[in-house]
Design a binder for this molecule. Structure first.
Ligand code: Z5A
Length: 219
């Protein structure tokens, strides 16, 4: 069976995930690759509705961590089956803005849910569909906060339940991401993302290009 390449981008808010997915997708398309840009939660019509519930809907106020865990993974189960698996089977490159590592970091470390429970729900959502490579963009919390504030000033963004969390929550999330990188160094690469955009993009490309040269990604 032909198989594409599945790359996920992780990291705290404003770390640059969307920016670098866009730049990498452009570069790969120039080389003739078919690229899917996805985001989580979301990425399917159903998933986008779930995203709205999770982030913006007034009914989400008071959402329990368990509900949050299940909704994130309901969106993911749909995305994996409706989009990611067919795209990979067709030999495409799938770039996803967040995937299951975010659940471990946010619902596990951030919200304090039992990590075994978190992992079993993730397993039900993704089965054998796992990223080939995860790029964990790391910025200090102060950089994440200032990028968020400048975005809030420049756009009239709707209230976001996650952005209302306190600093201690984001510190736990960050520690969660670092623990994942330590546990899975082969899959998860930490990219220092407080540098200029061009240097980060070059760094990312230096990790992605060999995957194509080694014939890892078919099309
Ligand atoms: N969540 C969860 O709890 N559990 C899960 O399982 C999953 C998600 C999948 C999704 O929010 C929320 O869901 C998220 C975690 C939770 N909540 N939080 N917090 P989202 O998708 O709306 O938000 P995000 O993933 O955090 O994305 P973001 O805020 O848009 O950040 P980003 O994509 O990493 O950054 P960006 O948009 O590329 O850049 C942000 C700004 O910084 C922008 O103006 C850029 O031009 C600028 N930027 C980027 N790079 C640089 C550099 N290098 N220098 C200067 N400026 C830069």
């Amino acid at each position: 069976m032909k198989r594409g390449l599945f790359i996920t981008f992780e990291g705290t808010e404003g770390a640059g995930k969307s920016t670098h997915i866009r730049l990498l997708a452009e570069r790969l398309r120039q080389l003739g690759r078919t690229v899917r840009e996805l985001r989580e939660p979301g990425g399917t019509p159903l998933g986008e509705e779930i995203r709205h519930l999770l982030k913006h809907h007034p009914a989400g106020r008071g959402m329990t961590p368990e509900t949050e865990l299940l909704l994130m993974n309901a969106s993911r189960a749909q995305l994996v089956r409706e989009v990611i698996r067919p795209a990979l089977d067709a030999g495409e490159v799938v770039l996803c803005d967040r995937f299951f590592d975010s659940t471990v970091a946010y619902q596990g470390d951030g919200r304090g849910l039992d990590l075994k429970l978190v992992e079993s729900v993730i397993a039900a959502a993704v089965g054998e569909t796992r990223p080939d490579l995860t790029l964990l963009l790391h910025v200090p919390l102060s950089v994440s906060e200032s990028r968020r504030l400048s975005r809030q000033k420049s756009q009239s963004a709707p209230a976001d339940r996650f952005e209302e969390s306190d600093r201690a929550f984001f510190e736990r999330v960050e520690r969660g991401f670092q623990a994942i990188a330590t546990t899975e160094p082969k899959r998860v690469l930490v990219i220092e993302a407080s540098r200029d955009i061009e240097s980060i993009a070059a760094d990312i490309w230096s990790h992605v290009e060999p995957l194509f040269k080694n014939g890892h990604a078919g099309e």
